[in-house]
Design a protein around this ligand. Structure first.
Ligand SMILES: Cc1ncc(COP(=O)(O)O)c(C=O)c1O
Length: 435
């Protein structure tokens, strides 16, 4: 099919609610390494990795080989019968959890949404309670429960809500919900959890679900003491801490496997998806044997832990270990961040903030940072976004107003490719009228 045919059929046969990027849909044909090829033959450098799912590189040889071998050997039988791929990945993941967490058991599913659903189920069964705290500006997925956990108006499809979920203030120092400045704020956003629990719940909470770095929310990094204080309050009221590592897991934030490790806390339950299998649909919820035992009966995810995605996950994780992806993400994340800071230095009025951890960095576009006007600059964001596409670079958007660019390339990116993409981004900012 030509690019136009793909676009036309997408319009006719896919629901209009299927989200698309760009003024004119970008029809894709193939991808290899860091390069994506459009159906019209145009090539793009990929700085978004299919929303942080392609964690290594497109078509990474070990993953492709593992998938090919596995699909011929055994493609699916469900978790009714354990097999080597699922137990091998479960064992690898148990080894990636810091020992002090006690987390060693997995329940595989097929999406981040389902992983979060499982985490909530476990929190409820373990505590015997049902009220939950989530974060404003958080993203959890698209089921009824995930939509209710969501703290992001753009992504709430219907107004109906599942009861018993309260949303705490987002730990966002650039747009502090209390109008305060770190560190003089004395962590007001974290301490407010106590007020939220005391005044809006029965005081008997099941748990607190949070992304260590808010992904869809625009790569918002909380102050470093945030989770220690927040999780301390949650535990005081009997709740467990669910770390949603769907975007931050697998070395994405640099130095560590998991985002929470930057914040000096340990979770009780961890969810992961996206980067786990370099783009194949796999996800997982992990916890301690004690919490896992609390579920009163068995439960099934038909495609959870299916052999082909598990073979891909095994190859992905082994490659990450071999390539020291945590160290690589830290090192190249610094290069990326420095590059973005240099772009900000050239356009200090409209690039309000550069933020992120590891190979998960964002820039937020505002009307005039120098003049103290942090109004989201959505027009400029749209112009830069279209310019990056024309110039052959794929990046992500995010944030409450869609005025944040998310840069999270496949982690086997080279320094030369990083420099190339940063060059395109800078030229796109200039072309679009950033100041
Ligand atoms: C932090 C986080 N949690 C959960 C989800 C839901 O994952 P999925 O889209 O695989 O259901 C996402 C998806 O973007 C996410 O970013």
């Amino acid at each position: 099919m030509t690019a136009d045919e793909i676009r036309e059929k997408a319009k006719r046969f896919l629901m209009p609610s299927v989200i698309q990027y760009y003024a004119e849909n970008l029809a894709v044909e193939s991808a290899a390494g860091l390069r994506v090829r459009g159906a019209d033959g145009k090539e793009y450098l990929d700085f978004f990795g299919g929303i942080l799912t392609v964690s290594l590189a497109h078509g990474q040889a070990d993953v492709v080989n593992a998938v090919q071998v596995q699909v011929q050997r055994l493609s699916h039988l469900s978790t009714l019968y354990p097999n080597e791929p699922i137990v091998a990945v479960a064992e690898l993941l148990a080894g990636m959890m810091p020992a002090e967490t006690g987390i060693s058991q997995s329940f595989f599913v097929a999406s981040g949404t389902e992983a979060d659903e499982m985490a909530v189920m476990l929190a409820m069964s373990h505590t015997g309670r049902s009220e939950l705290i989530a974060l404003r500006n958080g993203y959890s997925g698209r089921s009824a429960l995930a939509q209710s956990l969501m703290g992001h108006a753009n992504w709430r499809v219907l107004p109906q809500q599942i009861a018993g979920i309260k949303h705490a203030a987002q730990p966002d120092c650039y747009r502090c919900p209390f109008g305060l400045t770190y560190p003089n704020c004395e962590l007001r956003c974290a301490k407010d959890l106590e007020n939220l629990i005391q005044y809006t719940t029965t005081g008997q909470i099941a748990g607190f679900l949070a992304e260590p770095v808010q992904g869809v929310g625009g790569f918002v990094v909380p102050p470093k003491e945030y989770f220690e204080v927040a999780v301390g309050i949650v535990r005081k009221y009997g709740g467990v801490f669910i770390a949603d590592e769907v975007q931050t897991g697998f070395g994405r934030t640099g130095e560590h496997w998991w985002g929470w490790e930057h914040f000096g806390v340990k979770p009780d339950i961890v969810t992961m998806a996206k980067g786990i299998a370099n783009g194949l649909p796999a996800a997982n919820c992990m916890t301690t044997p004690e919490i896992a035992r609390s579920l009163p009966r068995s439960t099934l995810s038909t495609f959870g832990g299916s052999p082909v995605p598990m073979a891909a996950a095994r190859a992905t994780i082994e490659t990450m270990q071999r390539e020291d992806i945590r160290g690589r993400s830290k090192r190249l994340g610094t290069v990326l961040r420095d590059g973005l800071l240099a772009i900000q230095a050239r356009f200090p009025h409209t690039i309000g903030q550069v933020r992120g951890l590891g190979l998960m960095q964002a820039i937020e576009l505002v009307v005039d940072e120098k003049a103290g006007d942090r109004t989201p600059n959505t027009d400029l964001t749209a112009r830069i976004f279209e310019a990056t596409r024309r110039r052959g670079l794929l990046i992500g958007k995010g944030g409450r107003w869609g005025n944040v660019f998310r840069v999270a390339p496949p982690m086997l990116i080279s320094e030369a490719e990083l420099a190339e993409g940063l060059g395109i981004l800078e030229a796109s900012c200039a072309e679009a009228g950033a100041t």
